[in-house]
Structure formats: structure tokens, C-alpha cells
Design a protein around this ligand. Structure first.
Ligand code: NAP
Length: 333
């Protein structure tokens, strides 16, 4: 029998690549979206193996009850929905509460109304493992055993810390829920670094992209005299993160594990160098920057255990950037 997988936040950059891969592998998918317009757009793109449920507010207790009752065939739940932003007017309302309470409540609903669900994957992040300073500190080691020390109060103080705290507190809440309630599902988390790469649908590559895909898109849009943005750190391609979500529920070794997804280091200058090398027609319009300056200062990543579970070679920065830029050019021509 075909396995049915629920994907929360189905409209997201990552979620759409997960759905694309699920459908390619003959899974059936139920996605949650915030409006029927968004659901219909996805249905058109993914066809009859995709159904959607409208859940406008993530952080309401029982918000997922009806949707889960409507789909007793679902045995796997991937919780990707979360505010993915470094800017908010109200850090608590817009970032912390939906991320943390949304995660707690969704697990509560699964345990209460969908005991047939055996595997749950929570999309966490390396920001649940390290603070912004630690991610830039070459003496710090990111690994599957570490959580960042940020508190809810830290998260209230600024939007960047709100995002970091939202991911660590939501992930901890998920592990605590499982430890305390011993539900019939096992939990795994996927902890990606900065996610780049192409959108699942070309039409989503028109205009501004989501927070992290726009780091690459933003370099593509630079003009000759523009300063080079100062983004740098660790990255992974979105198609690899999608693959990791499937492995997280398909493989027994992934049960109860935190899986880091990481390919290599990046900076805006390195992305610019890749675009200039691979797209000669763009060279006259783009700046050069300091092309020799390709040093990135970042924490170590010890993802040996995750790589063993994942068992694939991650997509390189060059291949990821080239795929994303080709798509932007295609979508906007
Ligand atoms: P995205 O494109 O912004 O997608 C976020 C998804 O969550 C969208 O479906 C969005 O719905 C939904 N969402 C956001 N706030 C919500 C709320 N308050 N209530 C209900 N739904 C809400 O971001 P993404 O990069 O794909 O991120 C997906 C997941 O990966 C998130 O959990 C994020 O923390 C995690 N992650 C991302 C990165 C990265 O570099 N991008 C790295 C590590 C982890 P709408 O479309 O309706 O807004």
C-alpha cells in the first residue's frame, strides 16, 4: 500500500522540494497550507497524489486535529512549518510562539488523534545547535549532541536571536514531548545549515526568494558598483535537505536521531565568483569584489554520524549556485 505523508508548511521553499521528491518516489502527500488559494496552486503543480488541508494558525491547540482526522491513511508526519525570518516587529508573536507552541501542539494532536502515525520528522536547524557567534567561531564544534544555550528571554530581545531561540526551544520541546508522553511515533530531526539551491517550481524563482535562497538570488541581482554583501557560513543544497527528510523516516538508523545536513562553506564573494565563472554573459553587469578573498571563518561541523545515516555525497556549492541561477534566468526570461 502507498504510504501517505503529511507535510506541514507545504508552501515553503524546502517543503516543496520534499513534496516533489515524495511524489517522485510514489508517496501520497497531504500538505497543510494557510489558505485554499495556496493549496490550489500546489494541487495544480503536484497533481492527484497531493491533497491539502487549510490550517490558518499553527500555534492554536488542536489546530491539526481535524486535518489529521480527515486523513487516517497518513502514517508519517514531517513538520517543516515555522517562521523562517530574521526580522519581525513582535519577536514573540511572530517567531517564538508559532515555532515553539506550533511544534508542541502538532505533536499533541498527532498523539491524540492519529496514533497510526509512526514516524515524525521535525525540521530543526544548526541554529538550534549554536548561537550566531558560535557558528562563526572556528574553535566551536557543531555536532549532533549540542543545543545552543539561548533562552526565551534572549529570543524576545532581537529578531535574529528570536529565530535561533525559536528553533532550539521548539526542538527541545519536541524531544521533551516524546520523553514524557511516550507516543506511538518515533521522532527524528533534520538540522540543516543555510539552505540554497533551486525552487521546486520555476515560477517561484520570479522576484524575491525566501530568506536564504535570496542570499544567492541577491548576489545575482548585484550591479557593477554595488558592495558585496557580507553573508558567510555553512550551506547545504535544498534537494539534499529534502532527501534527508525522506531518509529520516525511511531508515531505522534515523529513529531518535538529530541529522545535520551540511555540504561546505560559502560567502557572498565565493557565490559571486561562481556566478562570474559560470555565466560569462553576466560579467559586465556584476561587480568583481575582492575575488581572491575566499577565506570563510566558521565553526567546525562534526556531522560524521549524520553523514553515515544519510549515505550520500552532498551537492557542491558550485552545482547548487549554478542550478539556482539557471532557474532564475529561465523563470525571468
Ligand atoms: P519558507 O520558505 O519561509 O517556508 C516556511 C513555511 O512555514 C511556509 O510554508 C510558511 O507558510 C510556513 N509558516 C511560517 N510561519 C508560519 C506560521 N506562523 N503559521 C503557519 N505556517 C507558517 O522557509 P524554508 O527555508 O523552506 O524553511 C522551512 C523549515 O526549514 C523551517 O522550519 C526553517 O526553520 C527550517 N530551516 C530553514 C533553513 C534555511 O536556510 N532556509 C535552515 C535550517 C532550517 P506561508 O507560505 O503561508 O508563509
Amino acid at each position: 500500500m502507498t504510504t501517505s505523508v503529511f507535510v506541514s508548511g507545504a508552501t515553503g521553499f524546502l517543503a516543496q522540494q520534499i513534496i516533489t521528491l515524495l511524489i517522485a518516489k510514489d508517496y501520497k502527500v497531504v500538505g497543510s497550507v494557510r489558505s485554499s488559494e495556496k493549496g490550489e496552486k500546489l494541487k495544480k503543480a503536484y497533481g492527484t497524489n497531493f491533497q491539502y488541508e487549510v490550517i490558518p494558525v499553527l500555534e492554536k491547540q488542536g489546530a491539526f486535529d481535524e486535518a489529521l482526522k480527515n486523513h487516517p491513511e497518513v502514517t508519517v508526519f514531517l513538520h517543516t512549518a515555522s517562521p523562517a525570518t530574521f526580522s519581525a516587529e513582535d519577536n514573540e508573536k511572530e517567531i517564538l510562539i508559532p515555532a515553539i507552541n506550533g511544534t508542541k501542539y502538532v505533536l499533541e494532536s498527532i498523539a491524540k488523534v492519529a496514533p497510526q502515525i509512526k514516524r515524525v520528522v521535525y525540521t530543526s536547524s544548526v541554529v538550534a545547535i549554536a548561537t550566531p557567534e558560535q557558528l562563526g567561531d572556528p574553535t566551536f564544534e557543531v555536532s549532533e549532541t549540542v543545543f545552543n544555550p539561548l533562552t526565551y528571554e534572549d529570543g524576545k530581545s532581537n529578531s535574529l536571536l528570536a529565530y535561533f531561540a525559536s528553533k532550539t526551544l521548539a526542538e527541545k520541546a519536541a524531544w521533551d514531548f516524546v520523553k514524557t508522553n511516550k507516543p506511538s511515533f518515533t521522532l527524528s530531526t533534520v538540522n540543516p545549515t543555510y539552505i540554497f539551491g533551486p525552487q521546486a517550481q520555476d515560477e517561484d524563482a520570479k522576484g524575491d526568494l525566501n530568506l536564504t535562497a535570496e542570499i544567492v538570488g541577491g548576489v545575482y541581482r548585484l550591479k557593477k558598483d554595488d558592495a558585496i554583501p557580507e553573508y558567510s557560513g555553512q550551506f547545504v543544497d535544498v534537494r539534499d535537505v529534502a532527501k534527508a527528510h525522506l531518509i529520516a523516516f525511511e531508515k531505522d538508523e534515523a529513529k531518535g536521531q538529530r541529522i545535520i545536513t551540511y555540504s561546505g562553506l560559502f560567502s557572498s564573494q565565493i557565490i559571486l565568483n561562481i556566478i562570474r565563472k559560470n555565466f560569462p554573459d553576466l560579467r559586465d553587469r556584476l561587480p568583481v569584489g575582492d575575488a581572491e578573498n575566499v577565506k570563510v571563518t566558521a565553526s567546525k561541523i562534526n556531522d560524521a554520524k549524520s553523514r553515515k545515516i544519510l549515505g550520500y555525497e552532498p551537492i557542491s556549492l558550485e552545482d547548487s549556485v549554478v542550478a539556482a541561477i539557471k532557474q532564475i534566468i529561465r523563470a525571468n526570461s
